[in-house]
Design a protein around this ligand. Sequence first.
Ligand code: NAD
Length: 177
Amino acid sequence: MKKIRGILIGRMQPVHNGHMEVIKQILSEVDEIVIGIGSAQLSHELKDPFTAGERVLMMSQALAEAEVDPSRYYIIPMQDINFNAIWPSHVEMLTPPFNIVYSGNPLVKQLFMEEGYEVKQPPLYDRLHLSGTEVRRRILNDENWQELVPNATVELINEIDGIERIRNLAKREVSDI
Ligand code: NAD
């Protein structure tokens, strides 16, 4: 029987509990999920501190922690391209075929809608706190960021000295000021 696949694309900087809730919700609606790790080329920037490889690891460890069956997902890093109009084709080239696009990002929704895909907006889970921006802000300010992400993400960020990385990235060189 033909499998129904959904796709969720996010920068996942870092993976947080909102992503995990959306993924569980999507998996209740489709057979398999394609998880695109967006802006794969970016790392070591305040808004994008983690490499694509680190984010793949973060996601796979968070899915293992959530006991999601590994045969039901694909994690695929994807670089940005300069041409929004052909970005959906770029994504199609990199991923298994999919039927439904899940996104809360207006540009992502618009581009896939124009390609004729069914596009669904997943419900927002505590968007005020569950966002990569808030996790990174709390890391910088030494606040409780751990409660916003899976334990696996906390462990990985500690393992790669991610907190120190983010704090170092926030320091500006005298020549920049
Ligand atoms: P994100 O990590 O902020 O979010 C990923 C998804 O999770 C989104 O659909 C978002 O709505 C959802 N989400 C996040 N927090 C949630 C919460 N608390 N509750 C429910 N849902 C939540 O990533 P993003 O910015 O949407 O990622 C889009 C990616 O696509 C980026 O990497 C972007 O560069 C890429 N993109 C590239 C092109 C191009 O290359 N031309 C064009 C469009 C998009």
